[in-house]
Design a protein around this ligand. Structure first.
Ligand code: PRP
Ligand code: URA
Length: 210
């Protein structure tokens, strides 16, 4: 199947994104919005999960129903900001296992610096959803996905809230087999590697560290 790059134009997501971007949105509301948008992205990113047929006895008869066919999922947020998306994702798929990858950007050269990696032991049996609100240069997402690929998962999808064209191009060229789901595709990166117009520093806004 051909790789997908999905820009989610659903009105609910676009409406929430308007408030997320606003510099006047405070930490509590920002955190809630990240979680809600993540939930809506997971809804879309799980659209192709395979189903099988079951029959269910209702009070009035027998219904032909469908259930998800035993696929095992893993959510992997990129620390720090990716953890803001985790609650929303787990609200929809509570049985998913969770891994963590710790990366931060070196402020001078924008390169990702690795500091943590803990993935589910059975990750080779799982479909992995990597999450990070921001895809800027793409360096962090590319690095995280490369680390996960060494463990041979069944598949990898990447979910972000805002992407810069530069990061989307870099990621899709480097990892040609990874589907990408994104709520907003912005204009460009500024000279500090921040997405314009973007929303500022996602980690600082989620955790109130600035
Ligand atoms: C932010 C963001 C991504 C990364 C994106 O993290 O959450 O992980 O930058 O930039 P890139 O596409 O150019 O790699 P940051 O390095 O600020 O760390 P934090 O989440 O700990 O704040
Ligand atoms: N990381 C962020 O948090 N925001 C950006 O705009 C770019 C990288």
């Amino acid at each position: 199947m051909e790789r997908q790059v999905v820009i989610l134009d659903h009105p609910l997501i676009q409406h929430k994104l308007r408030f997320l971007r606003d510099e006047n949105t405070g930490t509590k509301e920002f955190r809630n919005l990240v979680s809600e948008i993540a939930m809506l992205i997971v809804y879309e990113a799980t659209r192709s999960l395979p189903l099988f047929d079951v029959k269910v006895k209702t009070p009035c008869g027998i219904a032909d129903c469908k259930v998800i066919s035993g696929r095992k999922l893993a959510f992997v947020p990129i620390l720090r900001a990716g953890t803001g998306m985790l609650d929303g994702a787990l609200a929809l798929v509570p049985a998913a296992k969770v891994g963590h990858i710790g990366l931060y950007r070196n402020e001078e050269n924008m390169q990702p610096v690795e500091y943590y990696c803990k993935l589910p032991a059975d990750i080779e049996e799982r479909d992995v959803f990597v999450m990070d609100p921001m895809l800027a240069t793409g360096g962090s997402a590319i690095n995280a996905i490369s680390q996960i690929k060494k463990r041979n998962p069944k598949s990898i999808k990447f979910m972000c809230i805002i992407a810069a064209p530069e990061g989307l191009k870099a990621l899709t060229e480097y990892h040609k087999d990874v589907d990408v789901y994104c709520a907003g595709l912005d204009d460009h990166l500024n000279e500090h590697g921040y997405i314009v117009p973007g929303l500022g520093d996602a980690g600082d806004r989620i955790f109130g560290t600035k």
